[in-house]
Design a protein around this ligand. Structure first.
Ligand SMILES: NC(=O)c1ccc[n+]([C@@H]2O[C@H](COP(=O)([O-])OP(=O)(O)OC[C@H]3O[C@@H](n4cnc5c(N)ncnc54)[C@H](OP(=O)(O)O)[C@@H]3O)[C@@H](O)[C@H]2O)c1
Length: 283
């Protein structure tokens, strides 16, 4: 089974590389090696290489920057998705792609299911939703995994930022009115690799699945858990989102209903605090 993993320098891409580097059938590409937004580059790459599955970790993910860089965000998240969808369709390969809770408006009071109406409130969310649609139109076989609040030992993320700041400051103010569930990249990559043999052989349609860690938390809860697990001398103060002005408005409610992925693939998902501890043990 030949597998391509794009966007290998991102945190999810790096996680995949760590988990499957020794597998000679896996090929990893960075933006420099394969820019998914460039149609000719993608076509030429796929003319020279054949795959059974493409796992797309490449994305424009700068949520605030996207508000003023609409074209960049759309080029990668919409055109890039279309290019990969067309290329995989020609090879009858399965495309596994990641999307986001930001496709929703965050006004729910119960976990979002895959069928809930999407209504993105940011350019990033809009670009990811349009990317999903391009995949539905142009791919032959595709799994879109919507996920939320990624963190890992790689790259820049909330967990690493809190850990660093808690060592410098006596008090950290963290919002407690945005609710969701964090996702440990290791668990997401591991889940993807676990279902890979089955879906490459048997998945001949296009569908969306939700995935995050189990449980519910606010950013405040996560920050407090980091301080507790690492035993750092720092006070975490809960504040309302209004205390922080961000260019892009964050959804208040991001919780994803994961019953579909659990039932269809018979997988168990780790509780967020247990996964957080595993990540912090590595930092
Ligand atoms: N991070 C989150 O909290 C979060 C939440 C929900 C969903 N997701 C989704 O999860 C997926 C993985 O996210 P992540 O956190 O791993 O993102 P990330 O760390 O920002 O990594 C994205 C990677 O994509 C690469 N890239 C950007 N434009 C590209 C292009 N035109 N062609 C090829 N590569 C390109 C980037 O390259 P450079 O290294 O050169 O910049 C980067 O290495 C994305 O689909 C994202 O939308 C993330």
């Amino acid at each position: 089974m030949k597998v391509l993993i794009t966007g290998v320098n991102g945190q999810l891409g790096k996680q995949f590389k760590e988990l499957s580097e020794t597998n000679k059938d896996f090929v990893f590409t960075s933006r420099e090696e394969l820019d998914i937004s460039k149609n000719e580059e993608v076509e030429s790459f796929f003319n020279n290489n054949k795959f059974d599955c493409v796992i797309n970790c490449a994305s424009y993910t700068a949520v605030d920057k996207a508000e003023n860089n609409i074209n960049d965000s759309m080029n990668v998240n919409v055109l890039g998705s279309k290019n990969l969808a067309e290329a995989t369709a020609k090879q009858k390969a399965l495309l596994i792609h990641y999307s986001t809770d930001y496709v929703f408006d965050g006004k729910n009071n119960k976990p979002y299911s895959e069928d809930d109406i999407s209504s993105p409130q940011t350019i990033y969310g809009k670009s990811k939703l349009k990317g999903e649609k391009e995949i539905f139109v142009n791919a032959e076989r595709a799994i879109i995994i919507r996920t939320s609040w990624l963190y890992s030992k790689f790259g820049k993320n909330f967990v690493k930022t809190i850990l660093e700041k808690s060592k410098e400051k006596q008090i950290l103010e963290v919002v407690f009115d945005q609710i969701g569930s964090p996702t440990y990249c290791y668990d997401l990559a591991n889940l993807t690799l676990k279902i890979l043999p089955e879906v490459v052989d048997n998945f001949y349609t296009k569908d969306i699945y939700n995935f995050s860690n189990e449980g519910v938390a606010s950013w405040y809860d996560i920050a407090q858990a980091i301080i507790d697990i690492k035993n750092v001398d720092c006070e975490v103060k809960p504040v309302l989102s209004d205390a922080f002005q961000t260019v892009a408005k964050r959804p208040y409610y991001s919780l994803l209903d994961k019953n579909k992925i659990k039932n269809d693939f018979n997988v168990k998902i780790p509780y967020w605090k247990h996964s957080l501890k595993r990540c912090l043990d590595e930092l």
